[in-house]
Design a protein around this ligand. Structure first.
Ligand SMILES: O=C(O)CCC(=O)C(=O)O
Length: 210
């Protein structure tokens, strides 16, 4: 089981930044040893995927994102609410603040040309935006912040935070492990996969110490 090597509780400034700016970064939240174990799992996933003749993976809420050198993988501008709320009551913002946190653990260095994450500052407050209207994202692209990060750094962002990542033009892998957590009661979609939708309870000691 993975444990984090750093302090887990979020400080007040981090919580404010998460909601105001749209994301926070915990540097070296996971140790290089832990990153090495995650990379080994990615290697194994890649080996298995290499032997498959058709698409047979569903990654929702726990996703292995590979960007191999020059593989052309691009995640255009979007907000994760677009994947969480599919209409017909599939999503309720139960806490009035988005009710969802996406975490992204960096496994390989994110450099300007390895296909790093880009965030739009303050987009956490935009509400849901229609990215079909390409002009909307392009107009603001100059304001985007490119995230440079080291293995073990962990990004946290909300469901309205506009983000994108473009092609890996470096000669190294850029892999990240993504987990998404919803407030209890927010989600009514069924996600595939072992443990999807599992409720995580805070240990009593950490609740008591807040
Ligand atoms: O792996 C990436 O660069 C994209 C991540 C992303 O778009 C997401 O977590 O929603």
């Amino acid at each position: 089981m993975l444990t984090t090597s750093g302090e887990i509780s979020l400080g007040k400034d981090e919580v404010r930044e998460f909601f105001e700016l749209g994301w926070i970064i915990r540097r070296a939240l996971f140790s290089l040893d832990e990153v090495a174990r995650m990379r080994a799992c990615f290697d194994e996933l890649e080996r298995i995927a290499g032997g498959l003749t058709e698409t047979a993976m569903d990654h929702l809420l726990c996703q292995a994102h590979f960007k191999r050198p020059h593989d052309g993988v691009v995640f255009g501008w979007h907000q994760d609410i677009q994947h969480r709320d599919k209409g017909n009551g599939t999503w309720t913002d139960v806490n009035g603040r988005g009710s969802f946190v996406q975490t992204l653990i960096v496994l390989d260095e994110m450099t300007p040309n390895s296909g790093p994450l880009k965030f739009m500052p303050g987009s956490s407050k935009w509400g849901r935006v229609d990215f079909e209207d390409e002009a909307c994202a392009e107009l603001r692209e100059g304001e985007a912040v490119t995230i440079l990060a080291q293995p073990g750094d962990t990004l946290f962002f909300g469901p309205y935070t506009a983000h994108a990542s473009f092609e890996n033009k470096s000669d190294r892998y850029r892999r990240v492990l993504i987990n998404g957590y919803a407030s209890p009661g927010a989600n009514r979609r069924e996600y595939p996969g072992d443990g999807a939708g599992r409720r995580l309870e805070a240990p009593r000691s950490s609740v008591a110490s807040r």
